[in-house]
Write a protein that binds this ligand. Structure first.
Ligand code: 4AD
Ligand code: MG
Length: 505
């Protein structure tokens, strides 16, 4: 009996001494431990300390040393905990019993500080902390690669495990987090249902074939069928499986039941593209709307993009200011400009005419029926329209099988109700379409793209049972982040970039 009683006593003590005991899980012998852990959580974040409206007699902070400066009678430490761009200045008096620890608190070390929050005597900051207790939790040895001097983005990519501690990447990933939240807010406020579409799939949503294989077969000695080919019936899923390129087809299933849905998840493309805008793994937001046509789809895309920009301007002001100072001086002007004006809309046919009348010499000359290349997209949005532009009604042959065939096209000029939203500095950030809801036309589209119906039987069923006009699009989350931050390379807006030849970390 002694054991449990003793434990209960400890729990009782812990509860009594813990100010916010109601949130602690104390009803077990571990109670003391959990309460202590909770106490650690009563720390003040640097962001909150910097925004304080009054001094405080006690404050507890934890974070990493950005810089340290030693004077005769005291040391200054700039403490950053990632909660915001700025650090908080800590003053540690040489008479403090803990002062001996300061020598171990070099750039990159983790520390904790108990002290007072006081009005700063120096310029440049409103508040600073006078330390009363100072502890080094983890030293950073002399090889710590992040020093005060600037580093190239290429170098920082090689230390992707440490780069979130730099000003730039701290800012990028705070904005990324906020924007992910804003995506959900936008759609949830409109009563869209969030659907988790699968990451492993057997169907190629884009019909383009650039998919990563998922297999557990032994590649050295795979099982063979009667024809001597690899026998995928013996693979993990009993058939060929891949990482998804898009959640769209599955989102359509849910749109034809729940009306308005969206997916937001990682997607994978095995294209061998070595550009600053392509990643092999990227995140995509894909709304799918029943009873909606191409015009409604374009309206939703424009509203969504503007919402995200407005949200970032409102909630990430400090970080955006940093980007406009150190990454792209035009950033805030451009974002505000985009917010203030309606996006332009231009048919593919008109776009080709504009390109051919531009007087430019293109690296890839463009004729009706050709895919628009990056140089064409950039010209349209940056030089011709000078604002975001949605190009719509593309030639049927160059777009995906599921896009709705337009009626009344001239012979040899068949188009589909596709749309691409192009923005300055990047080009395409959204691709979407009205979907082909008519069974026979969908089958014809599949035939045109050499797709086998048996692989899409369930997709065809949606057209057999209560089909409705519907439309949707995909926004590349990283491309949107590039647009909002001004960061020019997709590798620098995703925590761990996967590109051809690179999958470190
Ligand atoms: O134009 P995409 O290929 O469209 C689709 O996948 C549709 N199924 C979407 C839909 O209608 N639900 O891709 C959509 C967007 C592009 O506009 C681009 O922003 C982004 O996804 N994207 C990429 N981003 C980074 N790296 C890549 N390799 C990308 N490929 C597409
Ligand atoms: Mg596209």
């Amino acid at each position: 009996m002694r054991g449990p009683v003793a434990a209960l006593k400890i729990v009782g003590l812990a509860r009594a001494s813990c100010r916010r005991a109601e949130s602690c899980i104390c009803l077990q012998p571990l109670g003391l431990f959990l309460c202590r852990k909770y106490q650690l959580m009563s720390r003040t974040l640097v962001k909150a300390a910097l925004n304080a409206t009054a001094p405080a007699d006690t404050i507890f902070l934890q974070g990493w040393v950005r810089t340290r400066r030693d004077a005769k009678a005291f040391s200054f430490i700039e403490l950053n905990d990632g909660s915001c761009l700025k650090g908080l200045q800590i003053i540690i008096d040489a008479t403090l019993p803990d002062y001996a620890q300061v020598a171990r608190a070099g750039t990159g070390a983790s520390v904790e500080v108990h002290g007072k929050l006081v009005a700063s005597k120096g310029g440049g900051q409103k508040w600073e902390v006078v330390a009363e207790k100072f502890t080094v939790l983890g030293e950073a040895d002399a090889t710590y690669p992040l020093q005060k001097k600037g580093h190239t983005l290429e170098f920082l990519r090689e230390i992707a495990h440490l780069r979130p501690r730099s000003n730039l990447f701290g800012a990028v990933f705070r904005v990324r987090s906020r924007l992910a939240y804003a995506v959900h807010q936008f759609f949830q406020a409109k009563e869209f249902c969030y659907v988790h579409t699968p990451i492993i799939t057997a169907s190629d949503a884009e019909g383009a074939g650039d998919m990563f294989r998922v297999t557990t077969l032994d590649l050295a000695t795979p099982p063979k069928n009667e024809q001597g080919e690899v026998d995928h019936r013996q693979d993990f899923f009993g058939k060929k499986a891949f990482l998804t390129v898009s959640g769209q087809l599955e989102a359509e299933i849910f749109a034809t039941a729940l009306s308005n849905v969206y997916t937001f998840g990682p997607t994978f493309r095995a294209e061998n593209s070595h550009t600053s805008r392509h990643a092999s793994e990227f995140w995509m937001i894909e709304p799918e709307v029943a009873f909606c046509d191409l015009a409604g789809n374009m309206d939703l895309a424009e509203e969504f993009v503007k919402y995200l920009i407005r949200d970032a301007i409102q909630h990430c002001a400090g970080d955006l200011e940093f980007f406009s100072k150190f990454v792209d001086p035009e950033l805030l002007t451009r974002l505000n400009f985009v917010l203030d004006r309606p996006f332009q809309r231009c048919s593919y046919t008109a776009a080709v005419e504009i390109l051919n009348n531009s007087g430019k010499t293109w690296e890839h000359p463009v004729a009706w029926g050709d895919n628009l290349q990056s140089e064409h997209e950039r010209y349209l949005t940056e030089e011709h329209f000078k604002c975001p532009v949605t190009v719509f009604n593309y030639p049927r042959a160059i777009k995906a099988f599921y896009m709705r065939q337009n009626e009344g096209c001239a012979a040899g000029r068949e188009t589909v109700a596709a749309m691409d939203l192009l923005v300055p500095g990047i080009g395409e950030i959204i691709g979407g379409s009205q979907r082909e809801e008519r069974l026979e036309q969908l089958r014809a589209g599949m035939m045109l793209h050499h797709l086998e119906e048996k692989n899409y039987w369930w997709y065809l069923d949606l057209r057999r049972y209560g089909t409705v006009p519907h439309a949707g699009f995909g926004l590349g989350f990283e491309r949107m982040l590039m647009f909002i931050t001004g960061v020019a390379n997709i590798r620098d807006v995703i925590p761990f970039a996967r590109t051809p030849g690179t999958a470190e970390f």
